[in-house]
Design a binder for this molecule. Structure first.
Ligand code: G1P
Length: 290
């Protein structure tokens, strides 16, 4: 099934990254030299998404600027003949009108953010991508779209039991095909005792339009927020719900540790830095071995 739209909820306050995120969106934090949100948009574009819908909030205008021209910069690079750098600066300019922005006026949860985009979505399934879940390879949402048939599909991964309370956790059902598992139940941020498994939801979803009607009820769940997990859980039994177990490595870039790990991993993979960084790491931390 062709999915043309993706929602990027970017309205969060980023409190885990203060003071860095006091006046700067956490989605603009760079992994090597690219902001998190650009990785998310590139993953969506790679999956054939044509309309990019951002749910923003106050103080997030640098995200809009990032996906627009910067005439002063571009002109300067042009005059200096820096063609490659100019190309990098223009990389994220899509077809005019393919980016849309809607404001979430209060931080009332992920479900509330997604619901804020309702008027921009018709009677069609839509992708939802959380930029702070960085998944290597830029292919996960494409694989999900390729395997999607109906209902709701969520990216899933195994997490350590001690971490279940940071995630939406699924009750797995039958294993279907191509890394897809039926989902029988979903619970947002359960205690270790109440967690039905250690299989967690990661920030890639394909949701059906009926989810907006669920979110319309404005029911509050975990952390007194309107949870996307709860809306999807309410649809189980009415429609299909499945989990896609992606293969690539995922970094929780909403946490300092995950953010640093992503930076180290991707820096070590960058041809520009690989050699010198490895030499430095060896010398500094590993007694010459690495
Ligand atoms: C959100 C979702 C949660 C999911 C997680 C993945 O939580 O509500 O179900 O497991 O993203 O990163 P958040 O991290 O925004 O608290």
């Amino acid at each position: 099934m062709k999915i043309k739209k993706a929602i990027f909820p970017v309205g969060g306050l980023g409190t885990r990254f203060l003071p860095a995120t006091k006046s700067m969106p956490k989605e603009m934090l760079p992994i090597v030299d690219k902001p998190l949100i650009q990785y998310a948009v590139e993953e969506a574009a790679n999956a054939g998404i044509e309309q990019f819908i951002f749910v923003t909030s106050r103080g997030k205008s640098s995200i809009e600027n990032h996906f627009d021209h910067s005439y002063e910069l571009e002109n300067n690079l042009l005059l200096k003949g820096k063609k490659d750098t100019l190309k990098t600066a223009q990389e994220m300019l899509k077809i005019p009108g393919s980016f849309a922005y809607v404001r979430q006026q209060e931080p009332a949860g992920l479900g509330h953010a997604v619901w804020c985009a309702r008027h921009l979505i018709g009677e069609e399934p839509v992708a939802v991508i959380l930029a702070d879940d960085l998944i290597k390879g830029s292919n996960t949402i494409k694989e999900m779209i390729d395997n999607y048939k109906s209902g709701n599909m969520l990216a899933i991964m195994d997490v350590e039991k001690k971490d279940v309370s940071s995630y939406g956790i699924i009750t797995p059902g039958k294993f279907l095909e191509n890394n897809i598992t039926e989902i029988l139940g979903l619970i947002e941020k359960p205690s270790i005792e109440n967690a039905p498994s250690n299989m967690a939801v990661v920030g890639r979803y394909i949701i059906e339009p009926a989810i907006f009607k669920e979110l319309e009820k404005q029911n509050r769940g975990a952390s007194n927020e309107i949870q996307l997990t709860d809306a999807i859980a309410n649809r189980i039994g009415e429609t299909d719900c499945s989990g896609y177990k992606f293969k690539e490595e995922r970094f929780d870039c909403g946490s300092k540790l995950g953010f640093i790990q992503a930076n180290i991993k991707l820096s070590l993979e960058s041809t520009e830095m690989n050699k010198e960084l490895k030499t430095w790491l060896k010398k500094e931390f590993f007694d010459g071995r690495f």
